[in-house]
Design a protein around this ligand. Structure first.
Ligand SMILES: NC(=O)c1ccc[n+]([C@@H]2O[C@H](COP(=O)([O-])OP(=O)(O)OC[C@H]3O[C@@H](n4cnc5c(N)ncnc54)[C@H](OP(=O)(O)O)[C@@H]3O)[C@@H](O)[C@H]2O)c1
Length: 210
């Protein structure tokens, strides 16, 4: 699969190197595609990896990972042009600048807001409830960490489910995109546990059933 990754920060680089190793073609979309850090990331992201401007990176991609900070989400989307019919994975969390809480909640979520800013795109919320350390290695002993995803388009969700599994997570379908209203506060709980309650970022959610 050709995966465009917008943002070469923590999430973009963790998932890009995992997917590149799994044989996907990674096209990083960066504000500075030629700088040394981005070129080093390309070198670790599989034989077919490349970096270019965000618009160029998405041009022939099967799926787009949207991994930029929430405050620049709207302007970044506006630069991409028409995304109708494209599959967009949204991993953003609408964090307040001091990380003490989230900006949106009960009546709309970042996932739904992004879908409104990218009319016609098939937005799937995923990869927002674990740290980049866990994305690099979701295996905890014999257990695979859980990654939730949600969205409104069945084919887009299936594609994202496979990408979640390619990284090594157990994928759990949380329903329609409105479930982003649950997944984003869940990410806030994760951040609270990791950074305020002393768990650190090498912990993950796991669903158990019987
Ligand atoms: N870090 C985590 O553990 C984690 C986990 C789950 C979800 N998330 C969410 O995932 C998203 C990405 O997080 P991250 O940790 O990867 O962020 P990050 O390390 O700050 O990287 C974000 C990337 O976005 C790009 N970008 C584009 N416009 C930007 C601007 N105006 N200012 C700064 N960066 C800009 C940059 O790539 P270029 O310079 O190449 O353009 C940058 O490297 C966020 O919305 C975050 O809430 C993070």
């Amino acid at each position: 699969m050709k995966i465009a990754i917008l943002g070469t920060g923590g999430v973009g680089s963790a998932l890009g190197s995992r997917w590149g190793a799994a044989g996907h073609a990674i096209a990083y979309g960066s504000r500075t595609p030629h700088n040394e850090k981005v070129q080093q990331l390309v070198a670790k992201s599989g034989k077919q990896a490349s970096a270019s401007s965000p618009r160029e990176a998405i041009s022939d991609a099967d799926v787009i990972l949207f991994a930029v900070p929430w405050p620049v989400a709207r302007e970044t989307l506006a630069q991409l042009g028409d995304l109708a019919g494209r599959t967009l994975i949204d991993c953003t969390n609408p964090l307040l600048s001091d990380m003490s809480g989230i900006e949106l909640g009960h009546v709309i979520s970042a996932g739904e807001q992004i879908a409104q800013w990218a009319p016609g795109a098939n937005v799937v919320k995923a990869f927002n409830t674990a740290s980049t350390k866990v994305m690099v290695n979701p295996q905890f002993g014999e257990h695979r960490a859980t990654m939730f995803y949600c969205g409104d388009d069945a084919a887009a969700k299936l594609m994202v489910r496979r990408l979640i599994e390619d990284v090594g997570f157990e994928a759990i379908d949380a329903g329609s995109l409105t479930s982003s209203r649950y997944l984003e506060p869940l990410a806030m709980l994760y951040i609270h546990l990791a950074f305020r309650q002393g768990f650190g970022s090498n912990c993950a959610f796991k669903i158990m059933r019987r």
